[in-house]
Design a protein around this ligand. Structure first.
Ligand code: THU
Length: 140
């Protein structure tokens, strides 16, 4: 069980994220992105961005990571590292913040680099709309 932030293997997550940049398919932007996460149960998940000639159909690395999560049986994301090809942290885009929220909630810790305090998904996506809103807001 990954509970405290000290339970999170941050250097390994950064390593996996950097490795994932080598699998990115980014012939248009040349921005290689790798993402690596760990679930509360200790399962590692990874993703890389996958661009498309129809630019708007590009899949971000975090979306690819969520696909890996579900493919591996699901779970709750506990911690995440996202890096660009230079190995430095890259902020998840707005769409990815929402996609991640579904599988993590506001407590997800997001790496800001060695020696820097993490941010939470709640910091990046305050007052989020999420699965809990649906039953209370649907019209019968
Ligand atoms: N990208 C990601 O993979 N994740 C983000 O959170 C931001 C952007 C990718 C999409 C595109 O392939 C490239 O970075 C440039 O936008």
């Amino acid at each position: 069980m990954v509970s405290a932030t000290s339970d999170v293997p941050w250097p390994h997550l950064r390593h996996l994220a950097r490795e994932a940049t080598h699998l990115a398919y980014a012939p248009y932007s040349h921005v290689l992105v790798g993402a690596a996460g760990i679930t509360t149960e200790g399962t590692f998940v990874v993703g890389s961005n996958i661009e498309n000639a129809s630019y708007g159909l590009t899949l971000c690395a975090e979306c690819s990571l969520v696909s890996d999560l579900v493919r591996q049986g699901g779970g709750r994301l506990r911690a995440l590292a996202v890096v660009a090809g230079d190995g430095e942290p890259l902020a998840p885009c707005g769409r990815c913040r929402q996609v991640l929220y579904e599988h993590a909630g506001p407590a997800l810790e997001i790496d800001q680099g060695d020696g820097r305090a993490t941010l939470t998904l709640g910091d990046l996506l305050p007052h989020a709309f999420g699965p809990d809103d649906l039953p209370t807001r649907s019209t019968p």
